[in-house]
Ligand binder design. Structure first.
Ligand SMILES: [Zn+2]
Length: 321
């Protein structure tokens, strides 16, 4: 079994609300003018990451898993019939549509894929940038539907100003939208099922409004205020780094690591690990593999009984099952 950690290159999406910060700030190489999203850890058919170091360089992420064997996902990772998570950077130059995602049971019966639980870690925020998280108050389905048609639905949403380091945990059924001026890392279930409820009356590249999915959205949306969005825990100090749990659900656990020095970290046979570098630079060493890491990089670490270390000054989002 090949157990080296590998660098990944993302798949890109040029949705109409995207900007250019993933190129200018994270050095993403992409021929698209606009980069709305980069899918940094993805085995999803709509956009796969590609292996960018080691003997499997050039393979799609799913081809790499097939070549190495599902053992690299660990016992918890391979218990899912498809790869459980998808991690993206999102550069919202404009507002994203107001949307909602179904849970597993609704998505499996209506869309043939899993539902979507997601967490946002805010990397950068323009002055006053905000997002919508749930409704502000109890709203009936009739009122919600009427407000969509009258372009006033955002008046009943819970608007929150965001700043770097903020965490938002989005349960299925929570109406949400990322607002203009936010740069976000999103860790989510491996699903691309989105029900768009409102798109600010915008037109797509073809001059037509983008499709809305109001009936399905109202089937799954919770129209009562959601509990607090912040799922993060307290900071723990270790030698060379601090850690903070930012999300934990049955699909993934994510920790924020702030490294200044050398962080000795464990791998294990229960789960693979994903390290996303959000800022700074460092070197990851595991056995005789050494990877130099810069802001924006994505590393996949196969499940195994071995330690690794990350030395440098950087912020990491470390996710596992
Ligand atoms: Zn979403």
């Amino acid at each position: 079994m090949n157990t080296q950690p590998v660098l990944l290159k993302p798949a890109f999406k040029d949705y109409l609300w995207g900007g250019t910060r993933l190129r200018t700030e994270y050095g993403k190489e992409c021929s698209l003018d606009r980069i709305a999203e980069s899918w940094e850890l993805s085995a999803h058919k709509d956009g796969q990451s590609v292996i960018a170091s080691g003997p499997h360089t050039g393979k799609l992420f799913s081809e790499y898993i097939d070549a190495c064997g599902r053992e690299i996902l660990g016992s918890r990772g391979k218990a899912f019939d498809s790869f459980p998570i998808l991690i993206k950077f999102i550069d919202a130059k404009g507002n994203l549509s107001v949307q909602v995602h179904p849970d597993d049971s609704y998505a499996l019966s209506h869309e043939g894929e899993y539902g979507k639980t997601e967490v946002w870690y805010v990397l950068a925020a323009d002055e006053g940038a905000s997002l919508y998280y749930g409704t502000c108050c109890e709203v009936t389905a009739e009122e919600f539907r009427r407000r969509i048609s009258e372009n006033t639905v955002t008046e009943v949403l819970n608007r929150i100003e965001a700043k770097p380091g903020d965490v938002f945990f989005i349960q299925p059924g929570t109406i949400h939208a990322i607002g203009a001026g936010l740069l976000i890392c999103e860790i989510q279930q491996n699903s691309n099922t989105t029900y768009r409820v409102y798109d600010y009356d915008r037109r797509g590249a073809d001059g037509k409004p983008r499709e809305l999915h109001i009936d399905k959205a109202l089937d799954v949306a919770k129209l009562t205020p959601s509990p607090s969005a912040d799922s993060s825990g307290s900071v723990t100090v270790h030698e060379g780094y601090t850690s903070r749990l930012i999300a934990k659900c049955k699909y993934f656990t994510t920790e924020r690591l702030d490294i200044d020095g050398c962080a000795k970290l464990n791998a294990d046979v229960q789960t693979f690990r994903s390290a996303i570098v959000t800022d700074g630079s460092a070197v990851l060493t595991m056995g005789d593999t050494e990877l130099s890491l810069n802001a924006g990089d994505s590393v996949f670490i196969p499940a195994q009984d071995k330690g690794f270390k990350i030395c440098g000054t950087c912020g990491i989002l470390l996710s596992y099952v």
